[in-house]
Design a protein around this ligand. Structure first.
Ligand code: ARG
Length: 566
């Protein structure tokens, strides 16, 4: 479709003398008006005329320049409409040729995007907040990849802090009676809960916890170090099970501990910028330039220990030095807004010009019907259980709707996990996610299974056509005249991806998928594909194939499988 917009913009540029890149085409509010609209306001200055007069004049001139595209003036707007057969041929061929990589561009070539995603804390079950970060971050990785950027996905595991001293102390005391291997996270969680129950009445335990963390930080005590490593490994192995079900991979797994050796020099660097001060024995950076009420960033506590913020500062320096990123995105819940404000505030005060490239990609909370988690009280929802339950429900639905499906278990995994993932991505990320079991698995409505089902249906039409040997003729593209809505949606996909990347907003892709599904289902309800005139069947079948592939491409970017049958 870009060929048409390029053509229109080139002609507009020729006639107005303005550079084509600056001329923005819009989508007309009413699709009946045309496929693309150009508001003439930006030309008023250069042409020294009122926009409606410009539109009227240009409409006549452009009609001569544009072959296969009609132009009409409507007030200050120019509306363009592509010849139906040309539109059909162009869009369908592009989608079919590109197949699963439909929508890919090379926009981002040579640019690096660092994405900090997932980043759970070890020795605890992964929370639904981390699920959101994993799913949103994973989608962003794939979207940027598709646009030709080089992405670096970093899992910034929470593996450092005084709580690990406590855990080691708990292990020392109760390790003998603890089975760490069968269900490590559950066991570690139980240790953590027990520690908190007993620490208050047992000062020795509390001291042992502090001592263990000091030993861990000191780095000399092999024994303590080994215990911490063991806890880390057990946790990561559990997290990996979830990552593989979600189809998320990382380029780097660099926990907070990784940055320990870089902390000194990071703090030195901030000090060298002359923006640190001592306050009650702690080293801080004042951030009142952001707002009166913004608390300072604490770099080192009175007892000399560093903090989460110090490690993030060391990490962002490390990332900048290593990658010179175009953007560095932190996919982290909105509850950490202040933390990232402070991080950026320090960079700003250091006058680092790349500060603007650091972005907090915040998201809202996920509310499960089961209620809120509280690790300390041991009241947690295991993410794996959520996925398992979704898969179970999907299997039940599949048995009911399609009892003969051969690979039902595999498809149930794809549909169940896909439903959870899509539900997470279907609204703007900043909004909270409601989790309604009946709704997310429904084959109708704004759900993953609805899009998957639409895809499977289009795949099934193609299988039938193949069996019957149909769809081999010369396509009669004009037969897609009334599929304009489907065609335009497919054609807009590359722009949807660009916008989703710009706004770091995967929901733009899910919205597009839902729109395309609705559009194609509407079309299919009133058109027969098979058994028509050969040219008509071939063209319609090509549209079916293009749509199926476009849906598959979009689902893949979100991390949702696109089964051919379900
Ligand atoms: N582990 C942190 C938490 O669970 C999230 C880390 C996010 N990434 C970062 N670079 N701060 O709250």
């Amino acid at each position: 479709m870009q060929e048409f917009t390029d053509k229109i913009r080139a002609a507009l540029s020729e006639r107005s003398g303005l550079p084509a890149q600056g001329l923005k085409l819009e989508q007309p509010r009413d699709p009946k008006l045309g496929d693309f609209a150009f508001p003439c306001f930006p030309l008023a200055k250069a042409l020294k005329k009122a926009p409606p007069a410009i539109a009227a004049e240009l409409a006549g001139e452009l009609a001569e320049d544009l072959d296969g595209i009609s132009v009409e003036a409507a007030g200050p707007y120019l509306n363009f409409r592509v010849d139906p057969a040309r539109l059909a041929e162009s869009v369908v061929s592009a989608a079919v040729e590109a197949g699963s990589s439909y929508g890919s561009t090379r926009d981002g070539e040579g640019k690096k995007i660092v994405i900090d995603l997932s980043s759970p804390n070890i020795a605890k079950p992964m929370s639904v907040g981390h699920l959101r970060s994993t799913v949103i971050g994973g989608a962003l990785q794939r979207i940027f990849d598709a646009l030709g950027y080089e992405t670096v996905g970093i899992n910034h595991i929470g593996d450092w802090g005084s709580q690990f001293g406590k855990l080691i102390a708990a292990l020392d005391r109760w390790g003998a009676e603890t089975d760490l291997e069968t269900d490590p996270i559950q066991a570690l969680l139980a240790l953590y809960v027990r520690y908190h129950e007993e620490e208050e009445s047992d000062p020795e335990l509390a001291e042992a916890g502090r001592a263990a963390f000091r030993a861990l930080e000191g780095g000399e005590d092999e024994e303590v170090r080994r215990k911490w490593e063991h806890i880390t490994e057990l946790s990561l192995a559990e997290f990996d099970k979830i990552y593989s079900r979600l189809g998320v991979t990382f380029d780097e797994v660099r926990g907070e501990a990784f940055y320990e050796p870089y902390l000194e020099s990071a703090v030195d660097r901030v000090e060298a910028a002359g923006i640190t001060e001592m306050s009650e024995g702690a080293l801080i950076v004042d951030l009142s330039h952001i707002s009166e009420s913004t608390p300072p960033c604490l770099l080192r506590k009175t007892d000399g220990t560093t903090l989460y913020a110090t490690r993030d500062l060391a990490a962002v320096f490390h990332r900048w030095e290593l990658y010179e990123f175009t953007r560095c995105l932190y996919v982290v819940g909105g509850d950490q807004r202040l933390h990232f404000q402070q991080l950026k505030g320090v960079l700003e005060r250091m006058e680092l010009d790349w500060e603007e490239r650091v972005e907090h990609i915040a998201f809202g909370m996920m509310r499960l019907p089961e209620g809120r988690m509280s690790t300390r009280k041991g009241r947690v929802i295991f993410l794996e259980d959520v996925l398992d339950r979704a898969v179970e429900e999907a299997l039940r639905i599949i048995h009911e709707k399609n009892p003969d499906l051969s690979c039902a278990a595999e498809v149930a995994e794809q549909v169940g996990v896909g439903a959870v993932v899509f539900n997470d991505l279907r609204r703007e990320r900043i909004k909270d996610v409601e989790f309604d079991w009946d709704e997310i698995l429904s084959f109708e409505g704004e759900t993953g299974p609805y899009v998957q089902y639409t895809h499977a249906r289009l795949a099934s039409i193609q299988r039938k056509a193949k069996d019957r040997g149909e769809g081999e003729g010369e396509p009669d593209w004009a037969a897609l005249e009334d599929a304009r809505g489907v065609l335009l949606r497919i054609g807009r996909f590359p722009d949807v991806l660009r916008s989703a990347a710009r706004n770091a907003e995967p929901s733009e892709v899910s919205t597009w998928l839902l729109g395309l599904s609705r559009e194609v289902n509407g079309w299919y309800a009133s058109h027969r594909v098979l058994g028509q005139d050969s040219g008509v069947t071939t063209a319609r079948l090509a549209l079916v194939r293009a749509t199926q592939q476009a849906l598959a491409a979009g689902l893949r970017l979100l991390g949702v499988a696109a089964p051919d049958e379900m």
